[in-house]
Design a binder for this molecule. Structure first.
Ligand SMILES: Cc1ncc(COP(=O)(O)O)c(C=O)c1O
Length: 418
């Protein structure tokens, strides 16, 4: 069944690749036509891009992919861009898996690898989604985009929109870390701090749509950020020689990454590219904002909005995620679960790993380490599990304690006191 779209819908033949068959409502399964500018489905739910996976498997092989340059565009056939559409790219490298030996020893864990998404343009995993979503927006004729954001998605949009010659408007909570807020404006976006949370920013974007005629880039309201974030799962599969790890921890706000990785794992499974079972997916949230974990622990299929938001781990501060039920589906289907962590433990873990391992994680990445420690102790993670944690952004994007040691030139240095 194909849903009708507006008679004045914007249609750009060739915007999508030949492998894209249609878009699909995540709630009703209703089909929507390709090459058309779309937001949410008529049921108000996110749209997902569907591919002809047989044709895809026939057109590209693992060996071909392995022979390409080590960036996310090596998976071009898995992405929705039409064959003649030039990607809006700032050079998105494959991100490394970094081992945490002292944490492994402390937890008695066989293998803990951190996928370090801080290496991407604008310093976070958001670069992947934005590169693809802005490429698609440009191909579909969009000239103005607005986004509500905890910060990193706004930085990503600002950079890629400037690259594409698209105007961007970014709304971010007032207490967004200075470096990220400044970064957004420095990339040329019209940037605004909002005295509230990301939901208040989202209201400004949706209510301004008529007056400003902008394309709404709110999480999951446009279909292509998910598609770009699937490259995290593709890379992981390739780095693990197509036999995925046992368990994956991801810091979860809107939950797009869990949705995206699970989507591509299922696609790869259907294509017959994977050996062994799919991983268990773990949503890491905060005791100061954990609507998805709360719903999972109560056995619910949808989230209830979180009341009093008290965490300052910005990436997981989404009290009412639009894709909450989709994330819950991933947790149930993958035999995964959710973990709530305390801010104090997160900040202590970030400092310890930075000093002990030389690896500067963002607070959201450190939250995954805390969750792993708790779950190892509780027995939901076993000693032999191959574990992947995501460091979703560079540690340099979050504040650090100030360094206040001074030496005065010309005065004798007391080396024993250094
Ligand atoms: C650093 C960081 N980690 C994690 C997240 C949460 O990602 P998602 O919305 O895909 O759950 C965000 C989102 O803003 C983020 O900025």
């Amino acid at each position: 069944m194909t849903a009708p779209t507006d008679s004045d819908a914007i249609v750009r033949p060739g915007a999508h690749s030949a492998f894209v068959t249609h878009l699909e409502c995540s709630k009703t399964g209703e089909h929507y036509p390709k090459d058309t500018l779309l937001g949410l489905s008529q049921a108000g739910a996110p749209l997902l891009v569907r591919y002809d996976l047989d044709a895809l498997a026939g057109a590209v092989s693992k060996d071909t992919i392995a022979s390409r340059s080590p960036d996310m565009w090596r998976y071009r056939e898995f992405l929705p861009l039409g064959e003649d559409v030039e990607p809006v790219s700032l050079g998105e490298p494959m991100t490394p898996l970094v081992r945490l030996p002292t944490v492994e020893a402390r937890l008695g864990a066989a293998e803990i690898l951190v996928k370090d998404e801080g290496r991407l343009p604008t310093g976070s995993f958001k670069g992947r989604g934005m590169s693809v979503a802005v490429s698609m927006a440009k191909a579909l004729g969009v000239t103005r985009i607005a986004i509500p954001t905890a910060g990193n998605a706004g930085a990503g949009l600002a950079a890629y929109a400037s690259r594409a010659g698209i105007e961007s408007f970014v709304f971010t909570p007032a207490d967004t870390p200075e470096v990220t807020a400044s970064e957004i404006a420095f990339h040329g976006a019209r940037a605004w701090r909002v005295d509230g949370l990301v939901g208040d920013c989202a209201k400004i974007v949706s209510e301004g749509a008529d007056a400003m005629d902008w394309y709404d880039f709110t999480t999951l309201k446009e279909p292509y950020r998910v598609e770009g974030k699937r490259t995290m799962g593709l890379e992981l599969a390739e780095q693990y020689e197509w036999e995925l790890p046992d368990i994956i921890f991801f810091p979860t706000g809107g939950g797009v990454c869990l949705i995206a990785m699970w989507k591509v794992f299922k696609e790869l499974e259907e294509m017959g590219w994977l050996k062994g079972p799919l991983p268990r997916m773990v949503a890491v949230q905060s005791t100061g904002c954990g609507p998805i974990v709360q719903a999972f622990d109560a056995g619910l299929r949808d989230v209830e909005p979180w009341g009093d938001v008290t965490t300052n781990v910005h990436g997981v501060r989404v009290p009412n995620p639009i894709g909450g039920s989709m994330v819950l589906d991933v947790l149930y289907e993958s035999d995964g679960f959710g973990t709530l962590v305390d801010d104090d433990a997160v900040h202590a873990a970030r400092a310890k790993i930075c000093a002990e391992e030389g690896f500067h994680m963002c607070p959201e990445g450190a939250a995954c380490v805390v969750a792993l420690e708790m779950e190892r102790a509780a027995g939901r993670v076993g000693p032999k599990d191959r574990i992947v944690l995501f460091n979703s952004a560079s540690g340099l994007k979050s504040p650090m304690p100030p360094m206040t040691n001074f030496l005065e030139p010309g005065k004798a240095v007391d080396y024993s006191a250094l």
